[in-house]
Design a protein around this ligand. Structure first.
Ligand SMILES: NC(=O)c1ccc[n+]([C@@H]2O[C@H](COP(=O)([O-])OP(=O)(O)OC[C@H]3O[C@@H](n4cnc5c(N)ncnc54)[C@H](O)[C@@H]3O)[C@@H](O)[C@H]2O)c1
Length: 344
């Protein structure tokens, strides 16, 4: 039976991936310290849904002995465990560096001890491109847009210079570069995804990270949201099921892809500004009341992924339009609120 290790496996992406792999009949090891508020519920749900093929190691990814144990007889590794919020990284940069950079290096070192190490997929971030040097943006039709028609058509590719911004950008960027270097120096099979905004069920979205889920949760609870900046900043959003397809494609093609980083997001066909997302939520029910705050550190005006390099290599394409994905997440959040209300 194939076996996969998912660090951060109780988190949003990890839970969705664990569920999919378990449904496909695999064994899954989840390593997570449960530090993200709300993720224990994900773990309870995974345990209830799948029973014994799920093995759980509760602990810190910086604990080398624990990582070694979790790696025992696994065929592939998905490394998601991270301090994920830019805001937290600004107030606690040492903690952020420890989890994201030292945690990743700890895992890489444990993989290096293995004779034929299993392939690794690491989830990096678009924040490694910082302010997207050289990309001019202007306000057009109520949102930010690049002035270069090529960028507008295809998004931002992997050739964009690295420019780590914010402590989170630095720690994830360091980890991203270490993973690529271990692929080169030690022939470790490894692929990096530089991800834009991912959204979907089991996301413990809050003001600091996971804004699509956060906006929807606030709307359902009748609570306000704060827009930092003017709300016209644009992102490509990717529904989590499409991301999982990409992750499985990356593992399938790992021999050809190893040592490479790929931009991963919904691309130019799946963009929304914060204000447009609020409109979309309004169409599903009622949009939350809006308050305003200053721009936050590292907040890009425009970031849209050019995913052609990955698509050309694997045939992958995102399938879920924002309208459809946001509706699916809205339904899931509504039903899980109902279940919680019944249980209390
Ligand atoms: N969700 C997105 O939009 C997005 C965008 C870009 C990159 N990423 C990256 O993708 C990965 C998954 O993101 P997510 O949205 O599922 O986040 P998440 O917060 O839901 O999951 C991360 C998990 O890591 C765990 N964790 C934190 N510190 C740990 C530690 N020291 N040891 C072990 N576990 C620890 C948390 O408890 C949590 O369950 C992260 O690496 C994140 O940086 C996510």
């Amino acid at each position: 039976m194939k076996s996969s290790l998912i660090t951060g496996g109780a988190g949003f992406v990890g839970t969705n991936l664990a569920d999919r792999l378990l449904q496909q009949g695999q064994r899954v090891v989840v390593l997570d310290d449960l530090s993200r508020a709300g993720v224990s519920d994900n773990l309870t749900w995974l345990r209830q849904s799948h029973g014994e093929r799920l093995q759980v190691e509760v602990g810190d990814v910086r604990d080398a002995a624990l990582v070694r144990r979790a790696l025992h007889r696994v065929d592939e590794v998905f490394h998601f465990a991270a301090q994920v919020a830019v805001t937290t990284s600004v107030t606690s940069p040492l903690h952020d560096f420890g989890v994201n950079a030292v945690g990743t290096l700890t895992l890489l070192e444990e993989l290096r001890r293995i004779d034929e190490p299993p392939p690794l997929l690491f989830t990096s971030t678009n924040k490694v491109y910082g302010k997207c040097a050289g990309i001019e943006v202007a306000r057009r039709d109520g949102r930010y847009a690049p002035t270069d028609p090529g960028v507008e058509r295809y998004g931002l590719g992997e050739d964009l210079p690295l420019q780590f911004t914010s402590p989170y950008g630095c720690s994830k960027g360091a980890a991203d570069q270490y993973v690529l270097d271990y692929a080169d120096t030690y022939a470790l099979p490894a692929v990096v995804f530089r991800m834009s905004c991912i959204y979907g069920p089991h996301q413990c979205g809050n003001e600091d990270q996971g804004w699509v889920a956060h906006f929807l949760k606030q709307a359902l609870a009748g609570e306000p949201v704060t827009l930092y900046g003017d709300g016209r900043q644009v992102r490509d959003i990717l529904y989590v099921e499409d991301l999982l397809d990409a992750m499985q494609a990356a593992m399938e093609h790992v021999d050809a892809l190893t040592g490479q980083a790929f931009n991963m997001g919904g691309g130019p066909d799946s963009t929304v500004s914060l204000l447009e997302l609020l409109e979309l939520i309004g169409e599903l029910g009622s949009a939350p009341e809006v308050q305003h705050g200053d721009w936050r550190v590292g907040d890009q005006r425009y970031y849209v992924s050019d995913t052609r390099r990955f698509s050309d290599a694997t045939g992958w394409a995102a399938k879920t339009a924002p309208e459809q994905g946001v509706r699916l997440l809205h339904e899931w959040l509504g039903s899980s609120r109902l279940l919680r209300a019944r249980a209390s």
